[in-house]
Ligand binder design. Sequence first.
Ligand SMILES: NC(=O)c1ccc[n+]([C@@H]2O[C@H](COP(=O)([O-])OP(=O)(O)OC[C@H]3O[C@@H](n4cnc5c(N)ncnc54)[C@H](OP(=O)(O)O)[C@@H]3O)[C@@H](O)[C@H]2O)c1
Length: 288
Amino acid sequence: METRYCMITGGNTGLGYACARKLLATGNYYITLACRTADKAQRAVQNLKTENPSCAHLIEYLTCDLSSPESIHSFVRSYKELGFPLHVLLNNAGVYPGSKRETTEHGTELAFAVNHLGHFLLTSLLLDLLEASGTGRIVNVSSELHRGAPSSPEFPPTPEEYTAKTAYATSKLANILFTYALSPRLKTTTVNSCSPGWIPSTELSRHAPFPARWIMQTILPYLPVARTVEQGAVVCCRLVMDEDIRGVTGKYMGKDGEWIPSSEQSYDVNMQKRLWEVSSELQLRGLW
Ligand SMILES: NC(=O)c1ccc[n+]([C@@H]2O[C@H](COP(=O)([O-])OP(=O)(O)OC[C@H]3O[C@@H](n4cnc5c(N)ncnc54)[C@H](OP(=O)(O)O)[C@@H]3O)[C@@H](O)[C@H]2O)c1
């Protein structure tokens, strides 16, 4: 099989790391981790190389902070300077925000900025490479928690309606609305979204108060409904690799690797259009 070039956002830990590990082990993918924190990324790359020495030449990282348009532009410039093609974009990075509303440098609510806007810009800047590959695949990692978004969410969420839960749910709904709106705009690339299931062992709860975080990461992983990062990675990697779904686009996959319906509101074309317009406008201004 010809080497396929795959980019994973937030691949230094959690689900993204497990996906990188699984894809690397096949020997069929050249993987670029797009990571905010350079020292964590370096460690992740080193661990992956040590674990899989025969594939050590197939993994690297470049820094990219998805809360910053400048950082995303610079990341894409660096990648394009390498002269590599791109076959797969796994938009995995994400934050579950804290109870106190945080914003980017320019005042945009953080979860919406990182989970949606950063990936919206990154995807648009990489579409030329993905389309040129002729067999591109984009995977947007969402969550079943998208079903908890307000019935008519503000994009980005305003301070008045802020709770961590609604901000996260809105950003995860945005992942799916974006998937459905992008799919008909593509020529040769497919785009799908998924939920990896509930994986309490990752660092996603890092902004929660200490006791809750501790319970989440040390006790809840033993509950029967909890999944491991490896189980979550199976779903994401199915969308990246599997031949039986080649050509399928604009769909949502559940934790068991089957296509399932997303929330009713995610199919609302007016909401998809509204999100697209807001995101394009913010992208044009280059500030969020
Ligand atoms: N865990 C679950 O139960 C669950 C369930 C459904 C969906 N998901 C989704 O799965 C994805 C991965 O989450 P996870 O559970 O693996 O959480 P995680 O362990 O916290 O990993 C999140 C990743 O995103 C990166 N990231 C955060 N802010 C970033 C930024 N501004 N720019 C670039 N990268 C950034 C983190 O990098 P740093 O480490 O450098 O901050 C980290 O690599 C997310 O999209 C999440 O919504 C998770």
